[in-house]
Structure formats: C-alpha cells, structure tokens
Design a binder for this molecule. Structure first.
Ligand code: FES
Length: 173
C-alpha cells in the first residue's frame, strides 16, 4: 500500500490578530488544510526558541508563528522578538541538520482571514515538498534513526535535535 505523506504542522497564533484572522477564515468558510494545528498564545513574543524546535523534535514536520502586523503588536514589540527568535530557530535547526524552511514567521491582522488561510496553504505545500521530518521515517528505511549522529543517504536531515538545547547556551537570540 502506498504511503501518502500528510504533514503535521504547528502554528503559534497570537490571540489578538492572527487567531482572530484564523477565526475569520473559518467564518468566511475559507478552506485551509487541517494539517495546521493552532496553538493560541497571548502574544508571539511568548513563543521561545525551545518551543519552536521542541515541536519539530516531538513529531511536527513544520512549525510557524503568526503574529500581528509589524508595528501593531498589542504588547508593542512581541512580534519583533518573535521574528528574531524564528530566525534564530531556523539557524539552530540548520545546525541540527534540519531544513530551516520548516520554521517560519508570518504576520496577519484580524481582518486578514483570507491571507491567513493562504499562509496555511503555502506553508503546508512547502512542507509537503520537503517531506516528512525525521520522526516519521520508518526505522528500517532510515540509517539515521539507528545512529542518531549519522546522515541517512535518502534523507539528509540528521537526528541531532534531541541534543540538550539549553546545554548549547544559545536559545535566546
Ligand atoms: Fe499579536 Fe504581540 S499581540 S504579536
């Protein structure tokens, strides 16, 4: 039987703008992939680098943050902080052998339901093209799962994310 890959995606949404945009998309009956699981946060400034990478480590294939438009954060600069943290998480993901495109930042106001739905579609398409993250690979098909620090020839991402991030001392940008 053919295995059809469907990514699991986590979206951290700020309660003021992006969560309202997600709500609006629902009210407008706009279709967006059910792959996206939304976690509501008070502000994207509350999302730390560990949460982003932990999502990938625990089995998500992609993680994105959706905040207020730049300059419109209800806590002044939370989304700017989130932007820096996402960029930092992308760099760290790369050092662990993960494609940095598995982590992304978007900005949506409460009136941007259609744009929010589009972000979800675009990001899901991107992750579909990247394929499953290492957690989803069957042990017998992935050399990396047998030896965490090796690279699977058929899948260039390494299984190194479980390295203790805090021990690396660089979780805050
Ligand atoms: Fe929306 Fe800060 S309140 S990003």
């Amino acid at each position: 039987m053919e295995y059809a890959f469907e990514p699991v995606i986590i979206c951290f949404c700020c309660q003021w703008c992006s969560y309202a945009a997600a709500d609006l998309a629902g009210s407008m009956r706009l279709q967006y992939p059910t792959n996206v699981k939304i976690i509501k946060v008070p502000c994207t400034g509350r999302v730390d680098v560990i949460s982003l990478l932990k999502g990938l480590e625990e089995g998500a294939d992609g993680v994105f943050v959706s905040g207020c438009l730049l300059g419109d954060c209800h806590y002044i600069s939370g989304n700017q902080r989130a932007t820096k943290r996402v960029a930092h998480a992308q760099k760290l993901a790369e050092t662990f052998g993960l494609n940095p495109e598995r982590v992304e930042m978007f900005y949506n106001s409460s009136a941007m339901g259609p744009q929010f739905a589009q972000c979800c579609r675009d990001f899901t398409d991107r992750i579909r093209k990247l394929g499953p993250s290492f957690k989803k690979m069957a042990p017998d098909t992935c050399a990396a799962s047998a030896a965490p620090d090796t690279v699977c020839p058929g899948h260039p991402e390494k299984l190194k994310l479980s390295t203790d991030l805090t021990a690396r001392g660089s979780i805050h940008p």
